[in-house]
Design a binder for this molecule. Structure first.
Ligand code: AP5
Ligand code: MG
Length: 218
């Protein structure tokens, strides 16, 4: 039976960082909705062009578009063992759609690690982030610097600062998170799936806590 984990947490909580660290260990592909949108943007697809305005304003891309993109991605063969989802679902409608997608061939979502980080920490994390152009690996100028400035340690591609990591867009993204994504904490708590992890610890400590929490459900 395939296994699906959903990483939940505000912008800058460390969802991408942790997914990068644990996806191999879990044997699950890392599926990031933000990375998929950015890949489409880079390739100038119709989907990328549509998503661009929303992403640049720090708003969510409409549910129907996002759900269709994830549905297609999860149908590919590398997702046969399941998936480690990062950034999806982000609204109750997306969570309902995911549950519906998994009906029939999977036992639904297996666990939802919620990486809890207070708001005041997020801005410094995001404005100091450097992202890899090729595969979206993430670094931080202070908390996780690359060995060579401007170069990804993992695939040697160029590191850049995301357009939506400007302070004013970060503030908007955090507001959107509070309004539209926070309800999912209660949604998954009620379903008995929420696994809370303290995201203020070092990256390695968060990884250890996350793997320990996931080992109780997988
Ligand atoms: P997306 O790319 O998903 O952005 P996000 O949710 O805002 O999350 P981030 O990627 O900013 O944060 P993260 O939690 O991954 O943190 P990271 O590990 O990088 O989405 C972008 C946009 O796409 C959205 O705004 C929206 O427009 C659209 N979109 C995406 N999904 C959508 C959906 N489902 N529906 C609708 N629209 C959607 O870490 C951040 C920094 O902190 C890094 O520099 C890292 O090195 C550092 N760091 C990480 N952990 C630690 C630690 N423990 N201590 C110190 N530093 C740390
Ligand atoms: Mg991310």
């Amino acid at each position: 039976m395939p296994i699906y984990f959903v990483l939940l947490g505000p912008p800058g909580a460390g969802k991408g960082t942790q997914a990068q660290a644990i996806s191999k260990t879990l044997g699950l592909p890392h599926i990031s909705s933000g990375d998929l949108f950015r890949e489409n943007l880079k390739n100038q697809t119709e989907l990328g062009m549509l998503a661009k305005g929303f992403i640049d304003r720090g708003e969510l891309v409409p549910d129907d578009v996002t759900i269709a993109m994830i549905r297609e991605r999860l149908s590919r063969t590398d997702c046969q063992p399941g998936a480690l989802l990062d950034g999806f679902p982000r609204t109750p409608a997306q969570a309902d759609a995911l549950a519906e997608m998994l009906t029939g061939f999977a036992g639904g979502v297996n666990g939802v690690p919620y990486i809890r980080v207070p708001e005041q920490v997020l801005i410094e994390r995001l404005t100091g982030r450097w992202t890899c152009r090729e595969q979206g690996h993430v670094f931080h100028v202070k908390f996780n610097p690359p060995q060579k400035a401007g170069i990804c340690d993992i695939d040697s591609s160029e590191l850049y600062q995301r357009e939506d990591d400007k302070a004013e867009t970060v503030i908007k993204r955090i507001q959107v998170y509070f309004q539209q994504t926070m309800p999912l904490i209660e949604y998954y708590q009620k379903a008995g799936l929420l696994l809370e992890v303290d995201g203020t610890q070092s990256i390695q400590q968060v990884t250890a806590e996350l793997l320990a929490a996931l080992s109780t459900v997988s």
